[in-house]
Design a protein around this ligand. Structure first.
Ligand code: NDP
Length: 406
């Protein structure tokens, strides 16, 4: 977000030409919300590439619907289905992690980075390195890539536009010219489905209950991360990198209605906030139209009907993931990358009913302790170093998860 010279605004800079867009993770929750906005505004956008992991049928259908030029699956086993579904359409196809990275280097005006997990790092880094404007949903780029990712974006001249609703909110009320007048940022958190549950109750919750977020409809991993509040921990790390503020200036406030998404507190005592109904199409549209705005079908806020907004401090004892993420951030990018990798493995283990809900944070902490004890959390110098830490953390998390059992 610090490189403001490149403005991807079709109306202002490109004489009304459509915005050439690629959507990585097109079959997911953010990807389909993005394509919904594209379908509602067909004249504004031209779709270059869509990608998925293995959902070949959904990807092929979306590619035809929006007139994409190129479609790529990461999983080579899904290639035959994709190629068959798009045969004769003129849409080119490819498969494999390398093909996803290559697709990220195709020239476009904007990439929507909406792959889930550390798998998003390489392609987004490739796009950032060559100066593509990025609508960044994949927070793992910052949690795992940290300073490396920000440096690549800076060197490449890339503009980063946050998709995460909290960061989008802050971005919208963040006065760059008054950076030295900013006291702190507040990221709001709904508190997830277990906001009022006791630890004893949380020990017994099922994946189905954890997936039922009260306000947002999202992919499986981020839904579980919202229930543990690991997601909010990752968002603190994301905010640290995006807005260049230290940990102690990044607050979390539980706000169950998810109407205020983020706030910036200034030294004169003013607090600027962004509000809106909880619908990811709003922050996505903010990226797609930036620096202008576009019409969306999002529900309009009716504050009188809502009546009241409530707030509470996060409970660090019931949601230890928040403290864990801050501690990892203090240790540096190796630790935050390891925390993300451990969490990916442990969330999958919870969804498969191999471990309990509270084990996710408890075992993630043990992964970090073990790697730290082994001296494995040295600052990464390259993306290969990050991926080596990621692989090591996954191995340890897998072992600890298997040893724990259901
Ligand atoms: P989903 O699980 O709904 O979708 C993930 C997408 O990534 C799918 O297209 C999936 O393809 C693809 N994918 C999965 N694994 C790989 C892989 N190894 N290589 C390439 N592509 C892969 O996720 P969400 O849309 O919920 O989240 C996407 C990102 O956005 C995450 O980083 C999340 O933290 C962030 N985010 C999401 C929000 C939300 O409301 N959902 C809000 C804010 C941020 P396939 O369908 O084939 O599996």
């Amino acid at each position: 977000m610090r490189n403001e010279q490149q403005r991807p605004d079709g109306d202002a800079d490109r004489a009304g030409a459509p915005l050439r867009l690629s959507v990585f993770g097109a079959t997911g929750s953010i990807g389909t919300s993005t394509l919904d906005l594209v379908a509602r505004n067909p004249d504004r956008f031209e779709i270059d590439t869509l990608t998925a992991n293995s959902s070949a049928a959904a990807l092929a259908e979306a590619a035809q619907r929006v007139g994409a030029r190129h479609a790529v699956v990461a999983d080579p086993a899904a290639y035959a289905d994709l190629a068959a579904a798009l045969s004769g359409t003129g849409i080119t196809t490819a498969a494999g992690e390398g093909a996803i990275v290559e697709a990220a280097m195709r020239p476009v005006d904007m990439m929507v980075a909406a792959i889930v997990g550390a798998a998003g790092l390489r392609p987004t880094l490739a796009a950032a390195g060559q100066g593509t404007t990025i609508a960044l949903a994949n927070k793992e780029c910052l949690v795992c890539g940290g300073d490396l990712f920000m440096a690549a974006a800076r060197t490449g001249g890339a503009t980063l536009l946050p998709v995460d609703s909290e960061h989008s909110a802050i971005f919208q009320v963040f006065e760059r010219q008054n950076f030295d007048q900013i006291e702190k940022l507040t990221l709001t958190a709904s508190g997830g489905p277990f906001r009022t549950r006791s630890l004893a109750e949380m020990a017994l919750v099922t994946p189905e209950a954890a997936l039922r977020h009260p306000n947002w409809s999202m992919g499986a991993r981020i839904s579980i991360d919202s229930a543990t509040m690991m997601n909010k921990g990752f968002e603190i790390i994301e905010a640290h990198h995006l807005f260049a503020l230290a940990d102690e200036r990044l607050d979390v406030l539980v706000h169950p209605q998810s109407v205020i998404h983020g706030m910036v507190h200034y030294r004169d005592g003013s607090v600027l906030a962004q509000l809106g109904a909880p619908d990811m199409r709003a922050p996505i549209s903010h990226c797609l139209a930036w620096p202008r705005r576009m019409e969306t079908p999002c529900e309009r806020l009716d504050l009188a009907a809502l009546g009241s907004l409530t707030f509470e401090a996060p409970d660090l004892a019931r949601f230890p993931a928040l403290g864990l993420a801050r501690a990892a951030m203090a240790r540096g990018t190796a630790a935050t990358a390891a925390l993300n990798a451990a969490d990916e493995v442990l969330v999958a283990a919870f969804l498969a009913r191999r471990i309990g809900f509270l084990d996710i944070s408890a075992l993630a902490e043990r992964v970090l302790d073990r790697l730290s004890g082994q001296g494995a959390l040295q600052a990464p110098a390259s993306v290969e170093d990050v991926l080596a830490i990621d692989a090591r953390a996954r191995r340890v998390a897998g072992e600890l998860g298997a040893a724990k059992g259901p």
